[in-house]
Design a protein around this ligand. Structure first.
Ligand code: ADP
Ligand code: MG
Length: 482
């Protein structure tokens, strides 16, 4: 065993981080919120504020503009969600809050979170307006009654403003979530045109993972004396075990396979620096029998949804992603983050590995590096103020129970919400009058025109047969195995 230590190394992973990122313990009850609202937070297990919430909420509740930078998973949604709900006047049947998000998936996540937070406030109508779905039903829904809160992507929201189906002239709270990513996606102009439809007198909250000059400039244009909040983008890494493997030239792919066989993680995100590399690597791993999918910025929404469904329902164990594509993912139970290529930016490295070991679970962070990349590791050590441990890839030995197969298989059904299909219908068709039990059925995801159900690998054939031959809700749909 060769254990290389870099100059200045003393102990293993990032333990000094706590000094820079002190654990906060402020309860939500210190905020001027109603008892009902606090009780609801309690029922969500939200007791202690996350650092970004602790810093931003007191100011936002006073109506101040805020420009905040914080990493993914830091609780930004609840922060602005609470501010929005606090500003809401239920007797006023107009749209009072608008949240703009870069993707439909994020908009859905944000809507869901605000709905949960709003449970303490009766009749809070929240509407999600995104592209990629038919606009007709959205017109009809907006025509019936005005939502208090609109969450959407810039393109579609702008369309509704222009058509007059959405009126923003009474908006009190405007939120730009993941501002930097909206710019990356070319939404600058749409965003500014939407903002023109909102009143001058409003609260504007701008959230972004990074603060490029363009974001600072937009902030100057649309915010009034914004309070700048930055939460250390470092994680409290005591729950993340970091290991670096030194590899030789031409050994990168083989070493990654070694890592996968050695640790056999149930689900892992593998980071590459470029999307071309993501493609290639996914192909190469598939040729070796692994179930790997690539996630990158060029995917159509449909394909992106499908990749995420297959990864989160455990029918694909490896997600290969670029940093941009992975932003905003809230995937629970991620066993490992693997850096196929080290990021040149130590802060990005910390963002990446922060995706494992969430919510009290120990996570695994593995990085491959060539001898010529030692400088990057030094930068990571310098950035975090602590040392890393390095191992040699020759130490990687396949685990005894190593298996290429993920635990689940995805079946897709060519019908969804529009056909009034529900998760219970699919579960019923699979388990009623059959040998299958509910335990063998995994996650069920229903989209407008397509549904996905995960079933345990050994019963996949049987499940496919049942769904293809039996009726679901008295109708027969096309079903196939992905
Ligand atoms: P961000 O938008 O910063 O990436 P999210 O708002 O999606 O992060 O929050 C990440 C996760 O943390 C979510 O699952 C959310 O339910 C949870 N969460 C947020 N605030 C709290 C809190 N105060 N206590 C416990 N969990 C929280
Ligand atoms: Mg978010």
């Amino acid at each position: 065993m060769i254990e290389l230590r870099l100059p200045g190394s003393i102990s293993s992973s990032l333990s000094n981080l706590k000094k820079r990122n002190p654990v906060t313990q402020t309860n939500f009850s210190s905020l001027p919120l109603s008892a009902d609202f606090l009780n609801n937070l309690k029922s969500l297990d939200y007791l202690v504020m996350t650092p970004i919430q602790e810093k931003s909420l007191p100011l936002m509740l006073q109506g101040k503009d805020v420009q905040a930078q914080a990493k993914t998973g830091s609780g930004k949604t609840a922060a602005f969600g609470i501010a929005i709900l606090n500003n809401l006047q239920i007797k006023n049947y107009v749209t009072q809050a608008l949240v703009l998000c870069p993707t439909r998936e994020l908009a859905d996540q944000v809507s869901k979170e605000i709905r949960r937070l709003a449970r303490a406030i009766p009749n809070t109508k929240i509407v999600t307006l995104c592209g990629g779905t038919a606009i007709g039903p959205q017109f009809a829904s907006l025509d019936q009654h005005h939502p208090y809160i609109v969450v959407g992507t810039p393109g579609r929201v702008l369309k509704h403003c222009q058509k007059g189906s959405l009126k923003l002239n009474r908006v009190k709270t405007l939120v730009l979530d993941e501002g930097d990513r909206m710019l990356d996606m070319g939404f600058h102009e749409d965003m500014m045109m939407i903002i023109d439809h909102t009143p001058q007198q409003r609260q504007t909250l701008l959230f972004s993972a990074t603060l490029p000059d363009e974001i600072k400039h937009i902030s100057q244009l649309i915010q009034k004396d914004p309070l700048d909040i930055q939460v250390e983008s470092l994680h409290d890494n005591k729950k993340i075990k970091q290991t670096f493997y030194e590899i030789q030239k031409g050994e990168r792919l083989q070493s990654l396979i070694g890592v996968l066989q050695h640790y056999n993680p149930e689900s892992s995100v593998v980071f590459c620096n470029r999307k071309q590399q993501c493609h290639e690597l996914a192909d190469q791993l598939r040729q070796q029998g692994f179930h790997a999918l690539a996630l990158h910025g060029d995917l159509e929404q449909f394909d992106r949804d499908q990749v995420l469904v297959r990864f989160s329902n455990k029918s694909s164990s490896i997600l290969i992603a670029t940093d941009v594509a992975a932003r905003g993912l809230d995937i629970k139970d991620l066993t490992a983050v693997i850096n196929y290529e080290l990021s040149p930016d130590p802060e990005v490295h910390i963002h990446r590995i922060g995706r494992t070991g969430r919510a009290g679970k120990e996570g695994l962070a593995i990085s491959l590096f060539a001898p010529s990349e030692v400088r990057k590791i030094n930068a990571i050590e310098e950035f975090t103020g602590s040392s890393v441990t390095i191992k040699n890839s020759s130490e990687l030995k396949p685990k005894e129970n190593f298996s290429l197969k993920p635990p689940m298989v995805t079946l897709n059904i060519n019908a969804g919400k529009k056909s009034k299909l529900r998760a219970g219908d699919i579960l019923g068709a699979l388990t009623k009058n059959t040998d299958l039990t509910g335990k063998q059925i995994g996650k069920i995801d229903i989209f407008d025109n397509i549904s996905y159900v995960a079933v345990e690998q050994p019963v996949a054939r049987q499940a496919l047969k049942i769904l293809s031959e039996e009726n679901i809700k008295g109708r027969r749909f096309k079903v196939r195995k992905l």
